[in-house]
Write a protein that binds this ligand. Structure first.
Ligand SMILES: [Zn+2]
Length: 250
C-alpha cells in the first residue's frame, strides 16, 4: 500500500481468486471484505484463530530492514517480508540476511507498479523476474505473492498461478504512510483491526510512503506484539498461519 493511490487503484481493479472473478467498480477493495473473507479466506489472509501472521512490505531497505530484523530477533519471532525484486537486486546480501534470520520472503513485484494497468506479458515478466532474483539472493524459491497496492489483475493471477505463487492480501494494517502518523497512531490503527487468524501489514521501507514513515511502524511493533501476547495470539510467518498455509508441494 501507499499514499494517495488506493482510491483510483482500487476502483480500477478486478479481484479474482480460485477461478472466479469479482469485478470491482465500488469505492475500494475494502468494500469487498465480507465477500473476500467468506469465500477467499486465504487471499484475505485468514488463518488459524490463535495465530497472527505478521508481514512487512516494500523492502529490503538498508536503512530500515536491519532494525526490523533486530526487533523481531529480540522477541524470537519469524515473520514474512514481501520484497520488491528491484530492491533485492540492489541489496541481495540484505535479502539473504532476512532469510538467514528465519523469515519467509514473498514476492511484491519487481517495482511498485499498479498491475491492472499492465498487460499479461509485462506482468508475467515482472513476477518471474522478482521471484527469480529473490530465489537467487535468499536461496529459497518464494511461494507467496502480494500485489503492489493490494490490487490484483487477471494477468497477475494467471502469472502467480503459473509461477507457483499464492496470492495473499491482509486483514489489518497500520497505515503508517498517513502523513504525520507516529507510533501511537499506527498502533491505534493496528489495534482496531487486530484479530486472531488475521494478517497484519506493516512496511519496512518508505518506497511508497513519506520518508522515514517506517519508523512509526517500527515504533508500534512492541505494543502490537505485547497486545498479541496479552490475547494469547501467536505471531509468526504466513507459512505457519494454518493447514492451508504451506508452500505447494509440502
Ligand atoms: Zn507495497
Amino acid at each position: 500500500m501507499g499514499p494517495g493511490i488506493s482510491r483510483a487503484g482500487y476502483a480500477a481493479a478486478a479481484l479474482a481468486a480460485g477461478g472466479l472473478a469479482v469485478a470491482q467498480a465500488g469505492p475500494g477493495i475494502t468494500a469487498l471484505r465480507p465477500v473476500r473473507d467468506r469465500f477467499f479466506p486465504r487471499l484475505s489472509g485468514q488463518g488459524r484463530s490463535g495465530h497472527v501472521a505478521l508481514t512487512f512490505d516494500d523492502g529490503p531497505d538498508p536503512a530500515a530492514t536491519p532494525l526490523f530484523i533486530e526487533a523481531l530477533a529480540e522477541r524470537g519471532l519469524r515473520t514474512t517480508f514481501f520484497m520488491l525484486g528491484a530492491r533485492v537486486e540492489r541489496e541481495p546480501a540484505l535479502a539473504a540476511e532476512v532469510a538467514a534470520a528465519g523469515h519467509e520472503i514473498g514476492v511484491h513485484g519487481w517495482e511498485h507498479r499498479f498491475l491492472p494497468l499492465r498487460g499479461p506479458r509485462a506482468t508475467f515478466a515482472d513476477l518471474t523476474r522478482a521471484r527469480d532474483v529473490i530465489a537467487e539472493a535468499s536461496g529459497r524459491v518464494p511461494w507467496l505473492f502480494r500485489p503492489p497496492y493490494g490490487v490484483l489483475s487477471s494477468p497477475a493471477l494467471a502469472a502467480a498461478r503459473a509461477r507457483g505463487l499464492t496470492c495473499v492480501l491482509w486483514t489489518c494494517w497500520g497505515r503508517e504512510w498517513t502523513p504525520g502518523a507516529d507510533a501511537a497512531a499506527v498502533y491505534a490503527t493496528l489495534a482496531s483491526g487486530l484479530d486472531g487468524g488475521g494478517t497484519v501489514l506493516l512496511h519496512d521501507s518508505d518506497t511508497t510512503s513519506p520518508a522515514g514513515s517506517w519508523r512509526a511502524a517500527l515504533g508500534a511493533l512492541p505494543a502490537l506484539l505485547d497486545e498479541c501476547s496479552r490475547r494469547n495470539l501467536l505471531v509468526g510467518p504466513l507459512g505457519e498461519h494454518g493447514p492451508a498455509w504451506s508452500p505447494p508441494g509440502l
